[in-house]
Design a binder for this molecule. Structure first.
Ligand code: OAD
Length: 239
């Protein structure tokens, strides 16, 4: 894998083998519910309880899921000590539970809540927050999930770190994302333009496959451990 900077970009596909549905595949989250009804500021303003029910169900599901070999392989790359960053679009917390530390969450976290009035934000690891909607312990106003919704900007510091890493990286692994959602999907393009070697790992071809230097077709939980084996990186040095 060379000795330069490594950037790993992940999407919902990396958690598929943990039993968490992706968004746009058959049977995906957006097949059952219209994103405009649960993942926009307008939807939350119109019916906060409905939106909270959607996120509470996802919290409960994520809490019962376990990190899979793909999450563990990514944590193992970081554990080698080479310059590394993981930038994930996922909000499920499975990367953290697999031992990843150098990570930025481009779309927030299911496990954080933010006050709609005073903007106080904190971690809340309870799988269920009922009664819904929950309220701020500081000022009493309604809390919202600290995730990024459509029509909202990405967290500036996190996205800036990912952009910097994309420009500096020698190797970029793009794992389990359809590369359809911007600005997250601009990172792999920026990395290519800066001369990184960009490898896509996905059982399907995506809108990005033709651009990538390489497309490794297969489930992340199979392909990533095989790559580590080939590179002589042990999986078991991580939790
Ligand atoms: P998508 O559902 O758009 O894409 C998931 C990708 O994972 C697809 O390309 C699948 O082929 C691939 N995939 C499926 N199983 C896999 C496996 N076992 N290993 C590797 N890849 C696999 O999900 P994202 O690209 O993450 O944003 O979606 C990006 C954003 O759109 C999400 O963060 C979310 C969503 O709307 C918001 O909610 C704001």
């Amino acid at each position: 894998m060379g000795r330069g900077n490594v950037l790993v970009l992940t999407g919902a596909g990396v958690s598929r083998e943990s039993g968490i549905a992706t968004f746009r595949d058959a049977g995906g989250v957006w097949e059952g519910v219209d994103p405009m009804q649960v993942a926009t500021p307008r939807a939350f303003a119109a019916d906060p309880k409905f939106v909270w029910r959607f996120y509470d169900a996802r919290r409960a599901h994520a809490a019962s899921a376990q990190p899979n070999p793909a999450h563990r392989a990514i944590a193992a790359i970081e554990a080698t000590g080479r310059p590394f960053l993981l930038a994930t679009q996922n909000v499920d917390g499975l990367h953290e539970r697999a031992g990843s530390k150098k990570l930025v969450r481009l779309h927030g976290s299911l496990w954080r809540v933010r006050c709609t009035a005073c903007a106080a934000e904190h971690e809340d690891l309870r799988p269920k927050l009922e009664p819904l909607p929950p309220h701020c312990t500081v000022c009493g106003a309604m809390l919202r999930p600290a995730v990024v919704w459509f029509e909202e900007p990405l967290p500036m510091i996190e996205f800036g770190r990912a952009q910097f890493a994309a420009r500096e990286a020698e190797l970029v692994l793009v794992v389990g994302t359809s590369s359809l959602v911007y600005p997250a999907a601009s990172l792999q393009m920026a990395a290519l333009e800066s001369g990184a070697y960009v490898v896509e790992i996905n059982p399907e071809t995506t809108s990005f496959s033709a651009e990538a230097n390489e497309h490794l077709a297969g489930p992340a939980g199979v392909v990533l451990p095989a790559l580590l084996l080939a590179a002589g990186i042990p999986m078991e040095q991580v939790v």
